[in-house]
Design a binder for this molecule. Structure first.
Ligand SMILES: [Zn+2]
Length: 431
């Protein structure tokens, strides 16, 4: 592979506290040098990045790729390509497929398909419990050996506190992150949206904040007890953010996610029974949304993740109660984050890169990623922060179109995505 020289961009790399106009040289799949006035080596491909921002490749630690079992919604290949188009060089795939990823062969399948995708790198996770039934732990060591980077029963909570304690103790022996979907099913009942005025008006059963809060509280206590690495997925509540903030202050080893939809929308988006705004955890109140934003700002929610959840339109075009939870997110995340958090002045550009690249790579222990330091993997996102564009699901590379952001005007998009020094996505001028 020829060397690649990315010239004259604003290089923003929080992993080395760098924010300066510089050149980036990629050789043999690694970052060879970052600095001013680097000469192009023999045979190098040169990319003119003047006026653009060059960052370590974005990392999304929470995506659903639907394969095996629901390939009409997404495949590993289409998901990895949609990720690349969104500026992501790495995604971490959730194991709630059909069947769930709970044995080494299934983990190996996801890894192999990801390598063939021609898009972002794909790292599998394995289930915490067999078939996500909450009754018997999977073989963490075997899952890791097959390539799993974390364990999670995402889509479902681990209902039993005793079971989660065992999982955390087991994970600690490998220093494996345990990612948790926080929902007490006895409080969530059959709720389909946030409990509150909007749900009352629409006559829908609500999911109270407490369903999430009590599980976050429990799991922070268990993480503190065991000393294991806990990763709290898609935090949506004000108290949840506060509990994590306090646990971090006590030294608990916890990382936590904010999703672009939870820091952008409220449950008002569900008005008119819009199933494209049906997700789990649900969109909540303005106070919750603002708390999630503050959590991102102060680093309590250190990771921005999409919870990319593709669904076929037939399934979303049902009565609200019957439609599945979830929205696609890979191709709107960067624009939403920039528009909602950076352009509004809540966070600066280096903080955005920290939350979308460096911190997620650290949370999942992805060595060589989330950094442009010499020797890191040559995973690079080149973005145009001045770009103005309108969300048009018809142009998505994802197989699914379920987004509440259709027609929304956004700023900033990825114009080129490189994985291992190879361009895996490039914006054409057509759009
Ligand atoms: Zn989840």
């Amino acid at each position: 592979m020829n060397p690649v020289l990315i010239r004259g961009g604003r290089v923003v790399d929080p992993s080395q506290r760098m924010d300066a106009v510089a050149d980036v040289l990629l050789v043999d799949g690694r970052v060879a040098r970052v600095g001013q006035g680097i000469d192009a080596p023999e045979g190098a491909e040169t990319i003119d990045a003047s006026g653009l921002v060059v960052t370590p490749g974005l990392v999304d630690v929470h995506v659903h790729l639907r394969e095996p079992g629901q390939e009409h919604k997404e495949t590993i290949r289409t998901g990895a390509r949609a990720a690349a188009a969104g500026g992501f060089t790495t995604v971490v795939a959730m194991p709630n497929t059909d069947p769930p990823i709970d044995d080494p062969a299934a983990v190996g399948f996801v890894l192999a398909e990801g390598m063939r995708s021609g898009g972002a790198r794909v790292f599998p996770t394995g289930c915490i419990t067999m078939r996500q039934q909450g009754e018997q732990l999977t073989e963490f060591g075997e899952l890791i050996n097959a390539g799993a980077v974390a364990v999670t029963d995402d889509g479902k909570p681990v209902v039993s506190g005793g079971m989660l304690r065992m999982a955390l103790e087991y994970a600690l022996t490998f220093d494996l992150p345990v990612a948790v979907h926080e929902e007490d099913p006895t409080l969530a009942r059959k709720g389909t949206m946030n409990e509150g005025i909007v749900a009352s008006r629409l006559g829908l059963t609500g999911i109270p904040n407490a369903a999430e809060d009590v599980m976050i509280a429990r799991d922070l206590v268990l993480a503190e007890l065991t000393g294991a690495r806990l990763h709290v997925q898609h935090v949506s509540t004000r108290l949840g953010v506060q509990l994590i903030r306090e646990a971090k202050a006590r030294g608990v080893r916890v990382t936590a996610e904010a999703t672009p939809h939870h820091f952008t929308l409220t449950d008002a988006a569900v008005e008119a029974y819009r199933t494209d705004a049906k997700m789990n955890p649900p969109l909540r109140s303005e106070a919750d949304r603002d708390a999630v934003r503050q959590g991102v700002r102060d680093g309590t929610l250190d990771v921005i993740a999409t919870d990319h959840a593709p669904h076929h339109y037939d399934e979303k075009e049902q009565a609200f109660e019957d439609a599945p939870f979830g929205i696609v997110g890979l191709e709107t995340a960067l624009g939403l984050t920039y528009t909602e958090l950076v352009a509004t002045g809540l966070i600066d550009l280096p903080t955005m890169v920290e939350r979308m690249s460096c911190a997620p790579a650290r949370a999942m222990k992805l060595d060589g990623m989330g950094s442009l330091a010499e020797g890191s993997l040559a995973d690079v996102t080149i973005m145009d922060v001045r770009a103005e564009w309108t969300v048009n699901p018809a142009s998505f590379l994802s197989m699914s179109r379920n987004t509440p952001f259709t027609g929304r005007a956004l700023r900033c998009r990825a114009v080129r995505t490189l994985v291992g020094g190879r361009t895996v996505w490039r914006e054409t001028q057509a759009g």
